[in-house]
Design a protein around this ligand. Structure first.
Ligand code: AMO
Length: 445
């Protein structure tokens, strides 16, 4: 009987192994990104998993002869000698002198868009999204989602290093956790259930087990408006911590996580940071302002009259972002003590002023990327708040098990991954930083 041993021998090298292979013959596998035929030789640019590598074909390099079937988007294995040369700036760069090209597959048709430019110029966002499986082959487009990988990885790595346990909560739920009308209903064998708006109820329950938990997973919001910052499905990076002293423990943990993420991007995603010209924020301390003080600042300093005194509109967030950058030299700003009326049922009111809560949002370059806060842990208090809000506590029996059978003081937060990526890149629309966006008009691809 044949047995599979799990040894996967790679016959290829990646671009960052080129230096150690100088003057040696190596193999790479990838797509032909571009062919530039010159007199007597040709450049074959090969797109590997993460790099774009220049290979040079010239008859004097080997006995290999040009195959006319070679075309853009052909999958190939290229064998060649790694040679160093200098670019215009005098930096050493490496290329491959082609000894052989094996065609692994040929495309059936030409691409409907040009993807081998530095970026997808003059192509409408809708077209880019319609053609995501191929538009993402463009180096700049794919770099966006490598950065997004780095953010989610940094979140996970940092929390694991700090004693958090990764959890998996269900996405088909018996009740909504965040209130409001933006909830998807589902017919579940004749019963009405809901798509998870957040892992809120479960992450709190699991604080009763593991004390510190996190989850990175999709959540669903039935957003009825077509805006540049709302998706109907997004990735929520959530954590929840038990035995906190107060809600600043959660904000401190978030600063630690964000600092870790930016450092990881700097060290392990430097190519993508460069490709996308990302200005990585330096996170030292993040300033914090109370909600009502922020409102006053908006009115007095910026002479802007808010429509809603219980929340911020996008213009107010932008103004606060400008203020944080200009006056406090920070890309981030915490806003704390949101009005009770605007926060969900699980939020703890401020004992010093119960019209406000022990909660916060984090703004990044003028956009809300996080909501969080301390939760009610006392059973009676939680049931009373539910009743006050017109909810039926009986429907939340399993959620309330945490409170009924003992809950520590706890709190947590949720970060919108696509929104954080969006403002890190300076993108204008959250769809640009969503692999396969779901919005009011889009469920494909
Ligand atoms: P909230 O509902 O404020 O809080 O969501 C947390 C963060 O998720 C992002 N976000 C969105 N991103 C894209 N499209 C949307 N429609 C969308 N809605 C929200 C934002 C936002 O700051 N349970 C709480 C978190 C907690 O307290 O732990 C919650 O979900 O970046």
């Amino acid at each position: 009987m044949e047995k599979i041993c799990g040894c996967l021998v790679s016959d290829t090298v990646s671009f960052n192994e080129f230096a150690q292979n100088e003057n040696k013959v190596v193999c790479i596998k990838g797509y032909i990104h571009r062919i530039r035929e010159m007199t007597g030789f040709a450049f074959v640019i090969v797109r590997t998993a993460r790099d774009v590598i220049q290979c040079v074909y010239a008859p004097e390099f080997s006995s290999y002869r040009w195959d006319d079937k070679l075309c853009e988007e052909a999958c190939v294995k290229v064998t060649g000698k790694v040679v160093a040369s200098q670019d215009a700036k005098g930096n050493t760069r490496y290329e491959l002198q082609i000894h052989d090209i094996e065609i692994l597959s040929l495309p059936a048709e030409n691409l409907p868009i040009v993807i081998n430019k530095k970026q997808l110029d003059n192509i409408q966002l809708n077209t880019i999204l319609d053609l995501r499986p191929i538009s993402m082959r463009n180096p700049k487009e794919r770099a966006i989602f490598k950065i997004q990988e780095g953010i989610a990885r940094g979140f996970r790595e940092c929390l694991m290093k700090n004693g958090f346990t990764e959890i998996r909560s269900p996405k088909i739920n018996f009740a909504g956790a965040e209130g409001g009308t933006n909830i998807f209903k589902l017919d579940y064998f004749g019963k009405e259930v809901y798509l998870a708006q957040s892992p809120q109820l479960y992450k709190q329950a699991l604080v009763g087990v593991y004390q510190k938990v996190f989850e990175v997973a999709p959540v669903f919001r039935a957003e009825h408006h077509d805006t540049s910052r709302h998706l109907n499905e997004y990735t929520s990076m959530d954590f929840e911590m038990g035995f906190i002293n107060d809600f600043t423990d959660i904000m401190n943990m978030e600063v630690k996580v964000l600092r870790y993420i930016m450092e990881l991007l700097k060290t392990e995603y430097s190519e993508e940071v460069e490709t996308l010209h990302i200005d990585l924020p330096v996170i030292d301390e993040i300033p914090s302002i109370k909600f009502m003080d922020a409102k006053e600042l908006i009115m007095k300093k910026f002479k802007y009259q808010p429509q809603d005194m219980k929340d911020f509109d996008p213009t107010e967030e932008e103004l606060l972002g400008k203020y944080a950058k200009k006056e406090l030299n920070s890309d981030f700003l915490f806003v704390t003590h949101y009005p009770s009326k605007k926060r969900p049922f699980y939020t703890m009111d401020d004992p010093a002023d119960p019209d406000f809560t022990l909660s916060f949002d984090l703004l990044f370059r003028g956009l809300e990327i996080t909501s969080g806060g301390q939760r009610i842990h006392d059973y009676k208090e939680q049931v009373e708040k539910m009743v006050k809000l017109g909810m039926n506590p009986e429907l939340f029996e399993t959620y309330l098990m945490l409170h009924k059978y003992g809950a520590p003081p706890h709190g947590g937060l949720g970060i919108g991954l696509e929104r954080l990526t969006m403002h890190l890149l300076g993108a204008k629309n959250v769809r640009e930083t969503t692999m396969f966006p779901r919005d009011i008009n889009r469920v494909t691809p």
